[in-house]
Design a protein around this ligand. Structure first.
Ligand code: ATP
Ligand code: MG
Length: 372
């Protein structure tokens, strides 16, 4: 049985430290090994940039071009040969110079839509996630939003639309004229409607996660995720249409404040993710570092359980350096589950010895040594 999405070939040209790298892949688990600084994370980053503007390193596009490149930026590129639902597709990622700096160009061979999100999504885990409970609420919200985007292709579209409407509203507030009131009402209606769709999708997803997180058979206390935003709490009690109207009124009420601060003070994106240990009613952030890692693992594992129930899975997983921050047995459990779901998973490690010792993993792993 084959994965729904699989990268069969990856070529990097002048991508960060890789002047030229060509990988041929046949398996479900791709294990990239090499010493520190050999370019393992860079490989995962090149893939992550297909579906994300700044990728898993949150980079600026100027940083990804090999610093010794003397020629034109067209010599930079990421080329992939993918198999998607047994059909082959060539994908190219390049850069173009524009008046505002570098612009990313993605080329999908034979595709009419030119939108990669319609073909597959990419989910990643990086060592930075160890600190998710200490990081910003935006990081925690993005963690959940990324999971939802992986199974609901329209969610990402709504997130982008929502941001666009918000900027548009601030622009109207700043350039007031006699037409503004009419446009403002229209845009505030759109913000309220899109915001509620986003909050509601988050609410439904969290409900599914909580179903698995509260399982008393897990190797930890039962957990519960809550969303902290006012709109999120209201959606638990009132019909969406009522909450949408409340949001619409709130936007109108805040016009002056938003004009003065240049931002949307009451928004669907003020939400934080709060993880609670149900036995102690204690928040994840006040658990020990080790316990927090278990909590992160349990969330990821619950996400995989949700994936199991999805029809037509089209997702790739990138796990950067996870052995350095998650318990090895947990990583094996995650890999085992992802392999059963036929999800191609890219993994990095300095030596890879841990995995290669496991007899059952050997046949499903493409081990690639770089920087030798
Ligand atoms: N634009 C660039 N041009 C050339 N080299 C670069 C560029 N950007 C980053 N590098 C180099 O790429 C190297 C590899 O980085 P990467 O993060 O992929 O290493 P890694 O193999 O994942 O290491 P670790 O095991 O420490 O995580 C680094 O030494 C970095 O200096
Ligand atoms: Mg790395």
């Amino acid at each position: 049985m084959f994965s729904n999405v699989r990268i069969e070939k990856l070529i990097l040209s002048n991508y960060r430290n890789h002047k030229f790298l060509e990988l041929d892949l046949t398996k479900n688990i791709i294990l990239i090994c090499g010493k520190n600084g050999s370019g393992k994370t860079n490989i995962l980053e090149s893939i992550s940039l297909l579906t994300s503007s700044s990728g898993l390193k949150k980079t600026n596009l100027t940083e990804i071009v090999n610093s010794n490149l003397k020629g034109p930026v067209e010599l930079f590129g990421v080329s992939l040969l993918c198999s998607i639902n047994k059909k082959r597709m060539k994908i190219g990622l390049g850069l173009k110079k524009t008046a505002n700096g570098l612009k990313k160009i993605i080329n999908l061979e034979g595709s009419k839509t030119k939108k990669i999100d319609e073909y597959f999504s990419i989910f990643w885990i990086t060592p930075k996630m160890t600190f998710i409970f200490q990081n910003s609420r935006e990081d925690r919200r993005n963690f959940i939003d990324k999971m939802i985007c992986s199974i609901d292709f329209s969610f990402k579209k709504f997130l982008l639309l929502y941001d666009r409407y918000k900027s548009e509203r601030i622009r109207i507030l700043k350039k007031w004229n006699e037409e503004s009131e009419k446009w403002l009402v229209l845009i505030e209606k759109k913000i309220a409607a899109t915001g509620i769709i986003i909050c509601d999708a988050r609410r439904k997803f969290i409900k599914q996660l909580n179903f698995y997180l509260s399982d008393p058979d897990r190797p930890f206390h039962p957990l519960e995720i809550e969303l902290s935003g006012e709109l999120d709490s209201l959606l638990l009690k009132k019909p969406a249409i009522v909450v949408e109207d409340f949001f619409f009124k709130k936007l109108k009420e805040n016009r002056r404040k938003d004009f003065l601060t240049g931002r949307t003070n009451f928004s669907a994106n003020k939400t934080d993710l709060i993880v609670i240990n149900k036995n102690y009613r204690r928040e994840a952030k006040s658990h020990s570092t080790g316990e927090q890692k278990v909590i992160i693992f349990l969330i990821i594992f619950s996400f995989i359980k949700i994936l199991k129930n999805q029809k037509n899975l089209k997702i790739l997983f990138l796990l950067d350096d996870v052995f350095s921050f998650l318990d090895k047995n947990f990583v094996f459990e995650v890999l085992d589950q992802l392999n059963k779901l036929k999800i191609q998973t890219w993994l990095t490690d300095v030596s890879g010895g841990w995995i290669m010792k496991k007899e059952n993993f050997k046949p499903i792993i493409d081990k690639i040594n770089i920087g030798e």
